[in-house]
Design a protein. Sequence first.
Length: 330
Amino acid sequence: MGRGRIPELLVVSAPSMTGRRWTNGARNGEWLNEFRVSQGRGKQRFKIMENPTTIDRERETAEKFHNTDEGEISELLTKIEALKSEKLQLSHENEGMEEQVNKLNQKVDHLHAMEEETDEWEDEDSSFLDSIAERSADLEIEVNRLQHDLISSTREVGEAKREVIGLKTGLEEKALVIERLRSEIAEFRKEKVKVEKKGRELETKIRILEIRFKEEKGKKTRVQDEMKERIREFRKKIQYLEDEVAEAGDELRRSKRVRRQCQKKVMGLEEKMLEFKDTVDEKTIEAAMSRKVDIDCQDKGVNVPIVAAGTVAAIVVAAAMGNRCLRKQS
């Protein structure tokens, strides 16, 4: 009896398999993933059902991994630890799957050997061969499923590694940014301390200047008051001097009038003195010539020497009065 052909079977497997084609034909919102694999002596066609919730969960996880906000750094670290543990778990599962695949391959080889032996025995029961073929097909399907699971797990592990590397890189960049921001904050704090110190110094200087301004203002007010008082005193003195000048002017004008009067009197006296001198000279000459006393003079009881003496006294008095008037004017 000839070797049995492995039929097309429907197998449920994990997502992330290459060469798939999605068809909407399953119930309860599931999708069929159709792909082809080559294993053993022929090509088998498999249909795998996947749940869209698993795909959405993967997308949400990927979106969460790409959220690199600074406030979620702790959450990213937790996710990195979870991915590391998941990576270790997947590695252990892959090792177990590899062992199962090796065992199943050994079983398949053994079954192939048995099939070859059964081909040599043409008289054996066909039901036994069919059971062996079915068992072999089941084992090959199981091997293919485990291989696909191993491939998908390996890819997931690779993607997880890449995501972990990306997260580490992002975390390092965030750490550098945080360190730079901390240094800038420290510099800003130093600048703030310096500015506050300068502000306090300026406030102290302003208070000192205000005190000085008040003192200068008080001094200026006192000086202004003193100057006003001095100006009032000077005005009083000026008024007093103006009054004295006015009085002196009046006195000067009076002195000038008196001087003019005195000058007129002196001039009149000088004229009278000259006239009187001429008269005396004439009388003296006449007395010397006649050596007699005039009868008229005898009747009056006055002689010539007495008249001469009176004339000289009058001249002396007039000269004294003129000198006195001149001294008053000067």
